[in-house]
Design a protein around this ligand. Structure first.
Ligand code: AMP
Length: 544
């Protein structure tokens, strides 16, 4: 017998409708590309999203067409992204830090019909324009600008385009499994691959993201998504903020530590989200300015492993609870989140601190298992010690990549993440590496993340990457590539000594190489592949 409850498809438009009706005057602060501040609220965002939807319809874009955005986190981007998905188009958020060849590839692969871009990215657009013939509309997310109009004569300006439109658009209703947005993975090998999200997967992910045991978001929060909207939807925050009616501070292009500290203090931010490299510069800026980040109740760190020293600094110096989360583009992105359970209250302070180091446990909606090999199906024990390949399954996990017929799952329906971890009985996942970053020394695995975490605990190290270097006897041995804190005189011997007693002797790196900077990917992760290319041979010719 069928149940007798209403059925409403889970659509992204319902989020903005809800925010406009029940959180109309909740503030959204947005930093423009010229650095000026724009203040708006959920009602205005919703009305402008409807104006934009009318404007897009007038451009003869059709249901299911991809419309790209190449933009920072700002209010026009937010309006446009609700307009695009809400009206049945697919919002393709592009990472501007990709190489031009990759940009051309993904824009053509997605068959984008229009691109909405911030003025910052005008040079990128003019450079690739000749190679993206399917894009018929270039919309600059600004008021009229003579420089932009001169460089790109066919450009339309967002403010002009929507000013003539009425906010009378009625969001269409369609199947909840319709595609809503598209993100490409960074593509460290080969071309980037697209993850195509549905309205349903996005809404279910949003419910889970807001939960107290996830990102713990509410109408009482002022959220600063430092993580860009082009990095897996800023980890879902623009959707989550609308769902709970939170206030948002959109930082625009100013992602340096000083700008972020100022935003947190000026707008009393309660929650901020970003990758560890962002927090690194924010902590340095806060120390320099003497800010205590008083309003920051918690910060979400993910995208790469959060070094224990960073967690301790937020807790002890800033009284800020770090929520360490693990995820990936293919998981929308939330996979696990580190929040304690009631039983952990009994633990000592040290034990609690140790528990908070892992990447956490899955919320309802994602299932996680460890298996014996990549794409394997033999399940390993959940004992907190056994290390295996992490596979996931759930309502917001990818089935197949955009444009690929074949599904990307194991024969029993799980997605292999390419990550290596242990998991305890409660589901707390401890990521030791990407499979390809593990260091295999004489047949034994060494976790590069663990070596990096220890190095980052040294007060004179600003950033560190551990890589596998080829070795004549042991196949591979760890080498640490490190950036010193400004004016530090720390030596290789000091760092190697620092490892003593913290890990087994044979796991201590063979060499420490100091560099001025570690190359970062478009989403702020250390590019270990580049480091391996450069330093992978440094141990050859040496005797063990
Ligand atoms: P992306 O799809 O670009 O967000 O990259 C996803 C990958 O980032 C994951 O498969 C992990 O290897 C890595 N990652 C994300 N969050 C964490 C974390 N908290 N700790 C360690 N690695 C992480």
């Amino acid at each position: 017998m069928q149940g007798r409850m209403m059925f409403q498809p889970l659509l992204i438009s319902s989020l903005i409708e809800h925010a406009a009706q029940f959180h109309a005057d909740t503030t959204i602060i947005s930093k423009n590309t010229n650095g000026s501040i724009h203040e708006t609220n959920w009602l205005e965002v919703s009305e402008n999203a409807k104006r934009t939807a009318n404007a897009l319809a007038a451009l003869h874009l059709e249901h299911g067409d991809c419309v790209a955005t190449l933009a920072w986190n700002n209010h026009r981007h937010l309006e446009a992204w609700y307009a695009i998905s809400g009206s049945g188009l697919i919002c393709h958020t592009i990472n501007p830090r990709l190489f031009p060849e990759q940009l051309i590839f993904i824009i053509n692969d997605a068959k984008d019909k229009a691109i909405l871009f911030d003025k910052t990215f005008l040079p990128l657009i003019t450079a690739i324009k000749a190679h993206i013939p399917l894009v018929k509309n270039f919309i600059c997310l600004e008021p009229f600008d003579a420089d932009v109009a001169k460089a790109l004569p066919e450009v339309k300006f967002y403010d002009e385009l929507i000013s003539g439109q009425k906010p009378d658009y009625v969001w269409p209703t369609f199947d909840e499994t319709t595609a809503s947005s598209l993100c490409y993975t960074s593509g460290t090998t080969g071309n980037p691959k697209g993850a195509l999200f549905t309205h349903r997967s996005t809404l279910l992910h949003t419910f889970a993201a807001c939960l107290p045991d996830s990102l713990d978001l509410s109408a009482n929060d002022i959220i600063l998504p430092v993580v860009p909207m082009f990095h897996v939807h800023a980890w879902g925050t623009p959707y989550a903020a609308a769902m709970v009616g939170a206030s948002m501070i959109l930082p625009g292009p100013g992602l340096d530590g000083d700008s972020l500290v100022n935003l947190i203090d000026e707008y009393q931010v309660t929650v901020a989200l970003g990758v560890p490299t962002i927090w690194q510069s924010l902590l340095a800026a806060a120390k320099q300015s003497g800010s205590k980040l008083t309003t920051l109740k918690h910060n979400v760190i993910g995208g790469s492993a959060c070094p224990p020293s960073m967690l301790a600094t937020f807790r002890d110096v800033y009284d800020c609870e770090t929520i360490h989360a693990w995820g990936m583009t293919e998981a929308s992105p939330l996979g696990t989140v580190n929040r304690p359970k009631a039983k952990h209250r009994k633990l000592s302070v040290e034990e609690q601190a140790a528990l908070r180091l892992s990447q956490g446990r899955p919320p309802f909606g994602v299932n996680v298992r460890l298996v014996n090999e990549e794409n394997g199906t033999h399940k390993l024990p959940q004992d907190g010690e056994t290390i295996g390949n992490v596979q996931i399954k759930g309502h917001w996990i990818i089935e197949s990549y955009f444009g690929k017929e074949k599904n990307s799952l194991t024969e029993d329906g799980w997605f292999d993440t390419g990550d290596i971890a242990s998991m305890d009985a409660d589901g707390y996942l401890h990521i030791s590496d990407r499979a390809k970053d593990l260091i295999k020394s004489g047949g034994e695995w060494i976790s590069s993340v663990e070596l990096e975490n220890i190095a980052m605990g040294h007060p004179e190290i600003a950033m560190a990457a551990a890589i596998a270097a080829d070795h004549p006897k042991w196949d591979e041995r760890p080498v640490l590539i490190a950036v010193k804190q400004p004016e530090s005189t720390v030596t290789e011997a000091d760092i190697l000594d620092y490892y003593e007693g913290k890990i087994a002797k044979w796991q201590i790196p063979d060499k420490v190489i100091f560099v001025d900077a570690i190359p970062l990917s478009g989403t702020g992760k250390m590019l270990k592949r580049k480091l391996r290319e450069e330093f992978g041979n440094v141990l050859l010719g040496e005797n063990a």
